[in-house]
Every structure is written in C-alpha cells, then in structure tokens.
Design a protein around this ligand. Sequence first.
Ligand code: NAD
Length: 290
Amino acid sequence: MSERITGHTELLTLMAYPIRHSKSPAMHNEAAACLGLDYAYLCFDVDQSNLKEAIAAMRALKVRGGNLSMPNKIAAMQYLDRISPEAQMCGAVNTIVNDDGVLTGYITDGIGYMRSLKDAGIDVIGKKITVVGAGGAGKAIEVQAALDGVKEMSIFNRRDEFHQRGIDTAAMLNEQTGCKVSFYDLEDLDRLKAEIADSCLLANATCVGMNPLEGRTYIPDPGFLRPDLVVTDAIYAPEETALLKMAREAGCRTLNGQGMMLFQGAASFKLWTGMDMPIPHMKEMLGFRW
Ligand code: NAD
C-alpha cells in the first residue's frame, strides 16, 4: 500500500491558467520526497473567474501555501492579509504562505534570478547592469537587483503597455533604494549599445526569443556585445534563445532562465517548509545544462 499520501499530508497549490504544462509540481514533490517531508504540490486551473473562491478555499482547508502564476499574480494581492515589502514594490505575488489562517504574499522571481547569478559565480553587486523588459519578470529582477546592491541599472522597454511601468519602476527604485536607475526606449538602439557597453551584464526579461517570437532578438548585431559581458535570458524554453546564441558566439558568458525558475521555487519551498531544496539533486532532475 502506498504511504506517499497520508491523512497528515499537507497540501501546496499552484493556481494559474493555463498551467498543466508546469514543471513546478515535479520539482516541489521531488524536493519534498527527497527530504522526507509530507507535502503534496498540485496544479489547479484558476483564473480571475474563480481566484477569490480558490484563495478562500486555501483558508477553509488550511492549505499550507502555494504558488500563483499568470493571470493571478496581481489580482491575488487584494485577497491576502499581508504582502512582503518586495512583493509590495513589485505589485505582484507568486507565493502564498498560510500561517494559521493569516495569508502572506511574497514574490520569489527576483530572488530566483539573483540566486541563479550567484550560483553561477556571477557577481553584479556594486556594478552596473542593463535589463530589457519591464513586465512581470523584468520588474521582479529589477527590484531584487536594486535591493541586493546593484549600483546602477538601465532599463529598456519598447513602446507598448509595459513602457509606463518601466518608467514608474525606475522612479520607485531611485526613491526607495540606493541603486541609480535610468529608463530608455528599446527603439533607441544607440542608447542600448552605449548602456550595454557600460554594463557588466545584459539581462533579457522580455518574451522575445520564445514562441511565437522564437529565433528573434532586438540586438541587431554582435557588435553590441563583447567577451567580458555576461548575457542572461529569463527564457528557458528554448534552452538557448537567439540572444544567447549570438552572445555565446561573441564569446560572452551566458545563462538561461532555468536557474531563475529553480531558485524561485527553492525560495518558495523554504517559505512553506523552512527547509532548503536539495539543489544539486534538483538540477540533475530538471536536466540542467550548466
Ligand atoms: P509580461 O507579459 O509581464 O511582459 C512581457 C515583456 O516582454 C514586456 O516587457 C514587453 O514589453 C516585452 N515584449 C513583448 N513583446 C516584445 C517585442 N516584440 N519586442 C520587445 N519587447 C517585447 O511577461 P513576463 O511574465 O515578464 O515574462 C517575460 C519572459 O520571462 C517570458 O519569456 C517568460 O517565460 C519569462 N519568465 C521566466 C521566469 C523564470 O523563472 N525563468 C519567470 C517569469 C517569466
């Protein structure tokens, strides 16, 4: 008889839509099993039509916690009791912790990105970086980088619905952190080239490079890059985006979004269980190539 799920097993949830393709259940259930912890992590189809009821159910069923993904990261905030300072700055949550009926929202995407750099031996503290993208992933990276001690940051976004968000993020970080942040239009390629030339790292936090934009990059030629530049991409499928391929061929150190995904999960896991995810084991299980 299976003893994996018992009457004492604690539930962890992932509420999003669409979500059935997610690797998070495999990651969290493997980590829990590996550490002998009695948790089960399950996906639920939740969008704005049933989010309020789903969060009320977390309270009613005393669910220990969970993750939120699109389209719930912003909408969920109104149903929670507390929001962490980082999530407050991001205006979004991806993790809920239920402490005896008090639901607190956290954001771990930016932590995941910064830990993935550290894990790869890349040091950006006290230095200048350029981040392209001011959507959910971009803002999480920008907030955490500024909080962790990046000295200077240039944010770029094209003129779309995220443009004003980028301007607002730069203003907020200049006011609330010690990081000097500038915002530019992604259409200004001369400025993009100059800011990259002045940075130790270029981060892509847009969906350019991923289906349906697979094979594309906004960097017009390898002359924008140089061998001592680190280039990262939040995208992990494909494993090597057009940007990372161009960067690798230009001699740059490159890093895809697998680490960000793993370490945001590890940070959530720690919030729920108090335990560190077994990172080497998880890397092997997720088929990491770095
Ligand atoms: P979002 O919808 O919030 O933001 C989209 C961003 O892409 C915006 O900055 C937008 O301006 C930009 N963009 C879209 N089309 C563009 C184009 N044609 N040219 C230039 N810019 C364009 O999405 P998000 O949640 O921030 O996700 C962005 C990327 O980050 C996605 O590829 C996602 O898979 C990835 N991501 C990875 C992780 C991880 O753990 N590795 C976590 C979150 C998101």
